[in-house]
Design a binder for this molecule. Structure first.
Ligand SMILES: Cc1ncc(COP(=O)(O)O)c(C=O)c1O
Length: 342
């Protein structure tokens, strides 16, 4: 079964879905509404996605020949598995989990390596020390910053992972949330990016795959109209005309500040909270799930039980970073839950 955040009960503040707490940027809703009024959804999108491709390439400083628009970053792994037919997929755990069920269904061997024990840091050496026959033909999947730990791997580690891989996919779904993203865009690896998270549009959805030398082949296997016409037109226009750069910078600043606030507040309540470059942080607590979430829900908040992630337990939660007033509500709720719990 797939396990995701974003399933909070009615009426509580949702700290389980990892999205931009600022919500969509100014101007985006107007563009979507205008396109909906002109019934853009009654037309097929341009299956080459020329405008969107050009807008994405120009914003991220890439060659448009190497960019494939996606219906969210989640599409990237499926497309690459289909294209590359890897002998195995290698992941560093704990990490974002959709690949588990997917690889099992396709009967593709899945090799897990642990992230470092102290701060869940990536140690590429572990990958490099696997026998060459195991690495040859395998696809290595990393998420940076990583979900659910929020840890940002340094570029030297990523470059080393690239050197030791036949194929490397870096999932940078949360990279726009941090000012020093250590991005692997333009550095030889496959990179998946999401606009869904930073623009807080999980229903509209968008992202892209940076696929040096292979974009044409990925285009050939993707579903012809994978991004719907409303999302494609709205995002191309927003990237061209809206203040994407300003919004991204503001978001990273707010999240940096609020992340620090939560980190120190949760630590002072006795939780073990991990520094994060993403819009969430991982915390370990003495009260286990599901009790922890039911004590929190009584107090109006809800977090992501992280026990479905490899190596994590019912004593772990992934907690989204929201705006100050809501973060204060969360801290108070956790204070109450810790006092009432066993
Ligand atoms: C690491 C990671 N990659 C990709 C996704 C999915 O992104 P999108 O909604 O753009 O498909 C998620 C969603 O939580 C994620 O955590």
């Amino acid at each position: 079964m797939r396990a995701h955040g974003g399933r909070a009960p009615e009426g509580v503040i949702d700290f389980s879905a990892p999205l931009n707490p600022l919500g969509p940027p100014e101007g985006l809703a107007e563009i979507v509404e205008e396109l909906a009024r002109s019934r853009s959804y009654t037309r097929y999108p341009d299956y080459e996605y020329r405008e969107l491709r050009e807008a994405l390439a120009s914003y991220y400083g890439l060659d448009e020949e190497e960019v494939v628009p996606l219906n969210g970053a989640a599409e990237a792994l499926n497309l690459l598995v289909e294209l590359l037919r890897p002998r195995a997929v290698i992941t560093f755990e704990p990490t974002f989990g959709d690949h588990k069920a997917y690889l099992r269904a396709l009967r593709i061997p899945w090799i897990t390596l642990p992230l470092g024990r102290r701060r869940f840091a990536l140690e590429a050496e572990l990958l490099c020390s696997l026998p060459a026959e195991v690495r040859r033909g395998s696809l290595v999947l990393l998420s940076n910053p990583n979900n659910p730990t929020g840890h940002l791997a340094r570029r030297e580690e990523l470059e080393k992972a690239l050197e030791c891989s036949s194929y490397l996919l870096v999932d940078e779904a949360f990279a726009d949330f941090t000012l020093d993203a250590e991005s692997m865009l333009g550095r030889g690896a496959f990179v998946a990016r999401s606009l869904t998270k930073i623009l807080a549009i999980p229903g509209l959805r968008a992202g892209f795959l940076y696929a040096p030398r292979e974009a044409r082949k990925v285009d050939a296997i993707r579903q012809p109209w994978n991004v719907n016409s409303l999302a494609a037109a709205a995002l191309a226009r927003f990237l061209r005309e809206g203040d994407m750069r300003g919004f991204v910078r503001r978001s990273a600043e707010v999240l940096g500040r609020e992340g620090e606030f939560l980190l120190s507040a949760l630590s002072s309540l006795g939780l073990r909270a991990f520094p994060s470059a993403a819009p969430f942080l991982l915390a370990e607590h003495a009260v286990p799930h599901p009790l922890f979430n039911s004590l929190l829900a009584k107090r109006g908040v809800y977090v992501r039980d992280a026990s479905s992630f490899h190596y994590l337990t019912p004593y772990h939660s992934r907690i989204s970073v929201r705006l100050r007033e809501e973060n204060v509500r969360l801290v108070e709720a956790i204070r109450g839950a810790v006092a009432e719990g066993p």
